[in-house]
Write a protein that binds this ligand. Sequence first.
Ligand SMILES: Nc1ncnc2c1ncn2[C@@H]1O[C@H](COP(=O)(O)OP(=O)(O)OP(=O)(O)O)[C@@H](O)[C@H]1O
Ligand SMILES: [Mg+2]
Length: 481
Amino acid sequence: MSEVAFPLNAPVSATASNGNASSANILVIDDESSIRESLEVLLSLEGYSTVAVGDGAEGLRQLELDNFDLVLLDLALPGQSGLELLPQIRERQPDLPVIMITAYGTVDNVVEAVRAGAENFVQKPWDNEKLLADIRSAVARHRAEEENLQLKRALKQRYNFSNLVGKSESMLRVFDLVAQVAPSRSTVLIQGESGTGKELIAKAIHANSPRREKSFVPVNTGAMPSELLESTLFGHVKGAFTSAVASKKGLFEVANGGTLFLDEIATMGLDTQAKILRVLQDRRFMHLGGVQEIQVDVRIIAATNVDLRQAVREGKFREDLFYRLNVITVDLPPLRARREDIPLLAQHFLDFYANENGVPPRKLSSDALRALVDYDWPGNVRQLENAIERGVVLSSGPIIGADLLPGEITGRSFQDALLDHNPNSSLFDILEVIERRIIIEKLERCNWNQTEAAEQFRIPLSTLNQKIKRLNIEIRKRGRE
Ligand SMILES: Nc1ncnc2c1ncn2[C@@H]1O[C@H](COP(=O)(O)OP(=O)(O)OP(=O)(O)O)[C@@H](O)[C@H]1O
Ligand SMILES: [Mg+2]
């Protein structure tokens, strides 16, 4: 006889993936009503919602009706035993954690239940605190897995994940790793040449972490002298040093609850390294000149474009800090090692810059695309992005030809490109193309300020305006720094 403690159409609990742990929905399958009742009381005191049933058939039915985060399953059920039921639950929901409950906890049963996929095993009479702790950790693990699974699914559907574009094996592996590490608090070290996307990866990790609502605080540790860097990171009290006229919060406090991105970490001085190590170890620090310890919860992501191991060998980087930072390493391959990403990235930037400049969509000519794929990209994705932005700004029609790409990429001079593309053009026409291009380039450099461009060309503004009209140059306002 099946007993149902809650109405069958009990409201569906908060979804399995994003409610907090205390709103979890738990299915109890036990034939003893006193056990069901005491579990219901215990679980409701913890804020869990519960559906309690007396046999396996009803349990399986409930699994279809509702979303659960965990099952508490009695081993000795009438009819089908818990051990027989377990594989059927797992078949329906392979990831749902099941904790077995029994009065007869023989070793054989434990082994068999664990082998059949039980998360854990609890003996009657149970210790409430221990049972709740087991439930909490199983629910948290289940949710982390669910979240991870959803991210992975999203990744498979499109090659664009948190603004990260790429379809090469190596980048898909990076995306997978990002999805996997994002939910945790682990420190991440991102290594890669300049322009490979280290900061973008750091942002993606933050954006996919439970800290996403809090700040992502980037700090370029390489750009500052030690004292300034330390006061920036840790803050200072009034009078800590000559120019400290007022007390100031440090970025560790600003990033509290969020993520601190330590960029160019290899160039940080050894003293500052020691202080950072302390915060990583103790999660507390002091303002410069201060006496009070401040506790923070900050996730650290560090980036470097040099080989940190090498820096350790050379005595420029503390070995202990290296191991603290290097819990998870994301190695970003240079663009030349993943050429299949180039067309995809190029398209991404074409769309982005056409949109940003308010011009219709642009396409690359096949020559231009070939030149991009063949080039070695010492400045990696950033260099590709700049080349495309420039092409979009300089182009007057829908197609961006190789002549609009920087010479170092095509390996051809501008003259070559002009002559190849216009074998039958008159000298006058070719000069016009050159004049047009030179004027656009100058306007670009002057941030489209015509007065400034005219001054630099040493021509009257009216002459420049006539040329702009005659050469059909579209004036653009640049919004980007
Ligand atoms: N996979 C990618 N998909 C889309 N855009 C990317 C990708 N990788 C890099 N970018 C873009 O390229 C530019 C450079 O990336 P980012 O600043 O993250 O590189 P970095 O490795 O931090 O460079 P540096 O070492 O010079 O600081 C950014 O505008 C970024 O948005
Ligand atoms: Mg960077």
